[in-house]
Structure formats: C-alpha cells, structure tokens
Design a protein around this ligand. Structure first.
Ligand code: HEM
Ligand code: MG
Length: 336
C-alpha cells in the first residue's frame, strides 16, 4: 500500500512562519543518521521536519519540504517523486536521503539500484557547487574548497557580497567550465542539467529569511545551511508556497547569461556536445527522458506488485509535472 501524496498546506497555514522553532530544535546528525548531497534535506532532517535518521517515505518528504521551507505542493511532488523513482525502494516506499542503506528494506531485482540520493549518475550528478564530482571523491559531502569559491563569486558578482542571481549565473557557469577542464568522466546531460540549474537558484529563494525575501543570500546563512545543516537563529520560511512559476524564470535568466549545450567529456577538456538530448529549456523532453530512459534503465521489465507500485509513483510524478507544464504523459509499462 502506498499513501497518496499530501495535499497543499491549508490556507492560513501556508504563509510566513518561524520554522526554526522550539518544536523543531537543531540536533546534529548522530553516527548512524544518514545525510545527503542536498543541503536543504540535511537541514530539514536536523530540525526534525524529516525523520532524523535520513530515511523517509515520499509523503514525509513532500510534507517536510512544504512545512519547513514552503515549497509549493506541485513543486515538492515533482522533486520528491523524481528522486524516489530513481533512488528509492518502491517495494517498501522508503528512500535514503544519502548513501545506500539496508534501512530501506529488501531491494527489488537488479538492475534496480535503490542507491539513495547520493547514488552518482541519477539525481546526483557532476558540477555541484559545494560537492566534488564523483570522479574526484565523495560526491555527497560538503567541500570547504568549493564553498570558498562560492564565497569568492558572491564577493565578486553579488550585491554586498551576497549570493544573488548575478553570482548564481557566474558560479553556475564556472562550475561547468572547471569539470570540463579537469574531469575526464564528466556527464552533463538530462536530467542532471535541470537539477544543476535549479539547485543553483534555490538558495536565493529558500535559504533567505522570508521576512526579508530579497533573493540575496548572506554568506552567514549559506554557511548555516550548506555546512552546519542548520537553520539560522529565528529563521522564517518563504511567505508563500513556491512553485515552478517562480523558479523557472530565474533558471531561464541565469541560463541566458551563459547558455550551454548538454554533453559529456571524452577525456579531460574534450566536451562532446549531445544536441539530440533534451535541452534545459525542454522541460517535457526532460520529463520524457526520465520516464522512458532513466527509470526503465533500472526497471526494464517489472512485474506484478513491483510494476503496480512503480506505475503509481509515475502517475504521482506526472500529476506534479502537469500542474504547471503542458506535457503529455508517457507510459513505459503500458497504460492499463
Ligand atoms: C542538491 C535532492 C529540495 C537545495 C541536491 C541533490 C539532490 C537533491 C539529490 C544532489 C545533486 C548534486 O548536487 O549532485 C533534493 C530533493 C528535494 C530537494 C529530493 C525534494 C524536495 C531542495 C530544496 C532546496 C534544495 C527545497 C532549497 C534550497 C539544493 C542545493 C543543492 C541540492 C542548493 C546543490 C548542492 C551543491 O551543488 O553543492 N538536492 N533536493 N534542495 N539541493 Fe536539493
Ligand atoms: Mg553532485
């Protein structure tokens, strides 16, 4: 049995709110708690908006990001079901927000990975801002050297040294140019291109105190979320649920400053363009690529109960997509 995804926050409870509150105290992760390549999910787990052990059901993740950071319902479901289809266990309805763990229960047959969010080459991918590419080391853990680059770009391009949209555009571009030069195994294609560009913008929205809400992230607040996995003292979430309509124009704006074509490195400094794979602007193409190529890569021929639960999660995923994008649903395992 899989629970339906949660509804939006009720009117009157979907606004500005103190979220670093006494009911959600910061408690640092213990030795058996799993943490993520995602600074937002880490912070939400450390404050108890997600299970503190870092293993969660999709519905808990949707609720956690809505309550803790005010993601809109559709946007939350889009991120969560995309991740869950690639990295979760559809049989137990559990996903690790970080490394693979037996805590998600017995796996479906290979080539299913059930690798958790740290699984390289799924949701996690190259050119992250504060994590190294998997080729160089641990792709999940915060990296101080890269964070110093984040600070330097904010100092150089951001208003008053903040991480603002100008800093985002320049840092995001640099974080593609560096791995092109140094990572012989760089992959920068769908679906990673979408998460890379969205995640660059997210901190200017969700990590800025909702009372100020000026899209200028201070380095102190960035340090709290990325490094300490902690909300700043007195932190208030966004004043209204944030959906695609708010995020997409910001993503387009940074893309247009430094456009790129998807591609992969065939050895260092040999970025081979893949113009026939979906571009960042082709949202429905990326949706179809996930559903028709990425998911069947792990579940080529599911049967019985497994097939049923994957199809259910694919439906939840499409519901989130169709809320604000005019895509046509695709069916890798038939319509019935
Ligand atoms: C990175 C998952 C929500 C901020 C990531 C990564 C994953 C992930 C797997 C690693 C990708 C990579 O860098 O290789 C998720 C899921 C979410 C979610 C499943 C479900 C709701 C959010 C939210 C924010 C956020 C609400 C708000 C700020 C980020 C940032 C990174 C990131 C900034 C990039 C870290 C870096 O490049 O160093 N997320 N995320 N995420 N996430 Fe999330
Ligand atoms: Mg990464």
């Amino acid at each position: 049995h899989i629970p339906n995804p949660p509804a939006p926050l009720p009117a009157g409870q979907d606004g500005l709110k103190l979220v670093n509150d006494p009911a959600h105290p910061f408690i640092a992760a213990g030795p058996t708690d799993i943490r993520s390549p995602c600074p937002a999910l880490n912070t939400l787990a450390s404050h108890g908006y997600l299970p503190r052990n870092g293993v969660a059901r999709p519905d808990q993740l949707v609720t956690g990001v809505m309550e803790g950071l005010n993601l809109g319902n559709d946007f939350a479901k889009f991120l969560v079901y995309q991740a869950f289809l690639m990295n979760g266990n559809p049989l137990t309805n559990l996903m690790s927000i970080g490394m693979k763990t037996p805590e998600t229960g017995p796996d479906p047959p290979k080539p299913a990975l059930v690798g958790g969010l740290s699984q390289h080459g799924t949701f996690e991918g190259d050119t992250s801002m504060t994590r190294v590419d998997a080729f160089f080391g641990d792709q999940a853990v915060f990296n101080e050297t890269l964070f110093q680059e984040f600070i330097a770009f904010s100092a150089k391009y951001g208003f008053n040294g903040t991480y603002d949209l100008n800093a985002v555009a320049e840092l995001r571009n640099q974080r593609l140019l560096d791995p092109i030069a140094t990572n012989p195994e760089l992959v920068f294609t769908s679906p990673r291109i979408l998460s890379a560009y969205s995640e660059a913008v997210f901190p200017t929205i969700f990590f800025v105190d909702g009372r100020l809400n000026n899209r200028q992230l201070t380095i102190d607040a960035a340090r709290h979320f990325f490094d300490f996995q902690m909300m700043p003292t007195d932190f208030h979430r966004q004043p209204a649920p944030v959906n695609f309509t708010l995020v997409n124009p910001l993503v387009n704006e940074i893309f247009n400053k430094h456009p790129f074509t998807p591609g992969v490195n065939h050895g260092k400094n040999n970025f081979v363009l893949m113009p026939n794979t979906p571009a960042l602007s082709d949202f429905c193409g990326i949706y179809e690529d996930i559903v028709l190529r990425v998911i069947p890569g792990q579940y080529p021929n599911p049967n019985g109960h497994l097939k049923k639960v994957i199809k259910k999660n694919l439906d939840f995923f499409f519901d989130a997509v169709s809320a604000e994008h005019n895509c046509t649903q695709v069916f890798p395992y038939g319509r019935d």
